[in-house]
Design a binder for this molecule. Structure first.
Ligand code: NAD
Length: 247
């Protein structure tokens, strides 16, 4: 089950947090796991951390907002590892502010990394996947992209956009045996949520039927399933991993 051996799996923003958890999972499954993050230092640290766990991964610096760099790095990985089988668009940022006070720079930064970054990587990789006549794309969205959130108009728009982009990608590429799905995490314990006050965390936990925040591994487990042949008839879907927060 879940045979990922030697599949080339690229995960953006996998230097830490959910992305790192996903990388760890695929490395455990003996995939050719590729850590991608914004600079070489972050990438090297993540690869070393996996080494300490007796796991092997490859690392490349990649800022997903730079489309020329995306093209160059994908070409290099394809040359180095022989194929590009799975892309997990996970890189994401927040710059929260109430809509009324939101600066244009805060709007642009979040849309650029979360939505345009996903577009850049998807558009550049699908050429390779179309040639291969196989591929899997998994986009990390958010429950906020479905339900919205006060103070996160930019983030909600970017994640709602990712869900729509996923459906269009799935429709355009299905005939080439390429599947695209989105995962909408709820509240997952990472650096991104570490800055929340204990009161906010407690109020979120109260709203979650399973009564607690999730772990990176909860997202990684679904990535593994969606990337595998066991999910061969699933495309264009958004699957929530949120302890039941929205249903
Ligand atoms: N943590 C949560 O509760 C939660 C909930 C829903 C969705 N998500 C989504 O999951 C993803 C991962 O979140 P996380 O909590 O692990 O965040 P995180 O901040 O811990 O990690 C994000 C990673 O993305 C990298 N990154 C940022 N900008 C980049 C760029 N331009 N190019 C390449 N890499 C870049 C960062 O360096 C970092 O390693 C994000 O897309 C986030 O929106 C998280």
């Amino acid at each position: 089950m879940y045979n990922m051996k030697d599949k080339v799996v690229l995960i953006t923003g996998s230097g830490r947090g959910i992305g790192f958890g996903i990388a760890q999972k695929f490395a455990e499954m003996q995939a050719k796991t590729v850590i991608l993050d914004i600079n070489q230092e972050i990438v090297d640290k993540a690869v070393d951390e996996l080494k300490k766990l007796d796991l092997m991964a490859y690392g490349y610096a990649l800022d997903v907002t730079n489309s020329d760099l995306v093209e160059t790095v994908l070409k290099q990985i394809n040359q180095d590892l022989g194929s590009l089988d799975v892309l997990i668009n996970n890189a994401g940022i927040t710059k929260d502010n109430l809509l009324m006070r939101m600066k244009e720079s805060e709007w642009d930064a979040v849309i650029n990394v979360n939505l345009k970054g996903t577009y850049n990587c998807t558009q550049k990789i699908c050429r390779y996947m179309m040639k291969q006549k196989s591929g899997v794309i998994i986009n990390i969205a958010s429950v906020i992209g479905i339900m919205g959130n006060a103070g996160q108009a930019n983030y909600a728009a970017s994640k709602g956009g990712i869900i729509a982009l996923t459906k269009s990608t799935a429709k355009e590429l299905a005939s080439r045996n390429i599947r695209a799905n989105a995962i909408a995490p709820g509240f997952i314990e990472t650096d991104m949520t570490a800055s929340l006050s204990p009161e906010v965390v407690e109020s979120y936990a109260k709203a979650i039927p399973l009564g607690k925040m999730g772990q990176a591994e909860d997202i990684a487990n679904l990535c593994l399933f969606l990337a595998s042949d066991e999910a061969k008839y699933i495309t264009g879907q958004t699957i929530n991993v949120d302890g039941g927060l929205i249903m």
